[in-house]
Write a protein that binds this ligand. Structure first.
Ligand code: SF4
Ligand code: SF4
Length: 178
């Protein structure tokens, strides 16, 4: 009797499972899986995926570097003042925990999370993302040098102007006393 009861129980449980399978098989509208990676489900707007830095907007202020609790952002700035830009901006995404603190700290909103979550790579070095291309780095260095040159010329002109002022003042005084 015990064996027969066990067989009935197993058959009942199998029937329950098959009922669910057959239900989803014949009603595509209730499909709850997709053919990943060919198909992807829409993610929430607030998804914290792999980071992206729009380096044209980045001012190399280091706020993100200071905010990162695991120190996985490395930044090499170039230039001063308005011309300060990142010559190199690397995030080691194998260490990143997607906490979003760097994004919150970024004043220019150049650093953002994407919706990309696939991080499989062939080597650890591929998990270090450099956001500044060599062409961009070259451009930023050129712009920084140009800015410094302009600032130096401006300062020189200012100095010459203020050096001329006492002379002009002295000439004016002499003319008045004659
Ligand atoms: S998301 Fe968090 S861990 Fe990743 S780089 Fe930004 S601050 Fe660092
Ligand atoms: S906080 Fe933003 S602007 Fe500042 S260095 Fe980081 S990415 Fe660039």
């Amino acid at each position: 009797m015990g064996v027969i009861k066990e067989i009935i129980d197993v058959a009942k449980s199998l029937g329950k499972g098959l009922k669910v399978t057959v239900k989803y098989w014949f009603s595509p509208s209730s499909t709850i899986t997709v053919q990943y990676p060919e198909e992807k489900r829409a993610l929430s707007e607030r998804t914290r995926g792999i980071l992206f830095n729009d380096v044209v907007k980045c001012t190399a202020c280091s706020a993100c570097v200071l905010a990162c609790p695991v120190k996985c952002i490395s930044l090499v700035p170039v230039g001063k003042g308005k011309a300060r830009k990142p010559k190199s901006f690397v995030i080691t995404i194998s260490q990143c925990m997607f906490c979003g603190l760097c994004v919150d700290a970024c004043p220019t909103k150049s650093l953002q999370h994407t919706q990309e979550l696939t991080m499989a790579r062939y080597g650890l070095e591929d998990l270090q993302i450099e956001y500044v291309t060599p062409e961009m780095a070259e451009r930023f260095v050129r712009e920084a040098e140009e800015y410094e040159r302009t600032q130096a010329e401006k300062a020189k002109k200012e100095a010459e102007k203020s050096a001329r002022k006492p002379e002009e003042k002295g000439e004016g005084d002499q003319g008045g006393s004659q």
